[in-house]
Design a protein around this ligand. Structure first.
Ligand code: BGC
Length: 249
């Protein structure tokens, strides 16, 4: 059994668990701490170190961490819904120093999409799968025949002159008190644009709201099949752990 720790850093919570990579599932308890106010790098790194200590690292071969930003070579390059102080930060090194061991740092949607392709809703799917997470922002992952193309950032496509996520993310539905039918009209427009550009074979929709998939997925009118994520809130944790193994040096 190969064990890894996966950590998923979000705007409101930081979740972590030990993952059995052979089974693609969580072992033991999942631990969640609130994201420190302001989301500053030092505070988040300290919370992650505490969480890893609570999970315990005995027998753990890899640690993977995912975060809601573009990540290139372990460096966070954007900060759409988090503190600007992350831009340009060498997160891989900063977390590695705080934890005293190598970690692998990736984008949150990429981690979730990779997990869904390995052991969730897109398992065994050939061709291009596009996973989107509908939350505060819209995260995206492109997986082609099981290979992840990182940092796709399709939430920031410009639709009708606006950043798509500011208009079609779940936070826009909440903020503007849209009905599911009204939100689905926006999602239809968004996914039609994405499918016209990339012609995927499957869309997977994740994010907390995907629990209520029956309320809105059937109302999204696009030609590509759409399914809800299966791993739900654990996709980021599982994917971060799996990618840490895949890219271990
Ligand atoms: C960020 C992405 C992230 C997504 C979901 C977007 O605002 O730009 O990097 O994956 O939110 O958290």
């Amino acid at each position: 059994m190969t064990l890894a720790i996966g950590i998923d850093i979000g705007g409101t919570g930081i979740k972590g668990a030990v993952i059995d990579l052979d089974a693609g599932d969580i072992v033991g308890d999942r631990i969640k701490h609130p994201t420190p106010e302001g989301g500053e790098p030092d505070d988040i790194i300290a919370t992650v170190a505490q969480l890893v200590g609570e999970l315990g690292t005995e027998g753990v071969e890899h640690i993977g961490v995912c975060f809601p930003a573009v990540v290139v070579n372990g460096r966070t390059m954007s900060a759409a819904n988090v503190s600007e102080r992350w831009i340009g930060l060498d997160a891989d090194t900063a977390f590695g120093e705080a934890l005293g061991r190598d970690i692998h740092f990736v984008n949150d949607a990429d981690a979730a999409g990779y997990a869904e392709a390995m052991s969730g809703a897109a398992r065994g799917q050939r061709g291009l799968v596009i996973m989107t997470t509908l939350g505060t922002g819209i995260g995206s992952a492109l997986i082609n025949d099981g290979v992840l193309i990182a940092n796709s950032e399709l939430g920031h496509l410009v639709l009708n002159g606006r950043d798509a996520e500011s208009w079609a993310a779940n936070s826009a539905r909440e903020r503007e008190e849209l009905s599911f039918a009204e939100w689905a009209e926006r999602l239809t427009e968004y996914y039609r644009y994405v499918e016209a550009l990339l012609w995927p074979e499957l869309f997977v929709i994740g994010g907390g709201i995907s629990k209520q998939h029956n309320e809105f997925i059937p109302l999204i009118d696009v030609r590509t099949p759409i399914v809800p994520a299966e791993l739900r809130n654990n996709a980021g944790i599982i994917g971060a752990a799996a990618l840490a193994q895949r890219f271990s040096r």
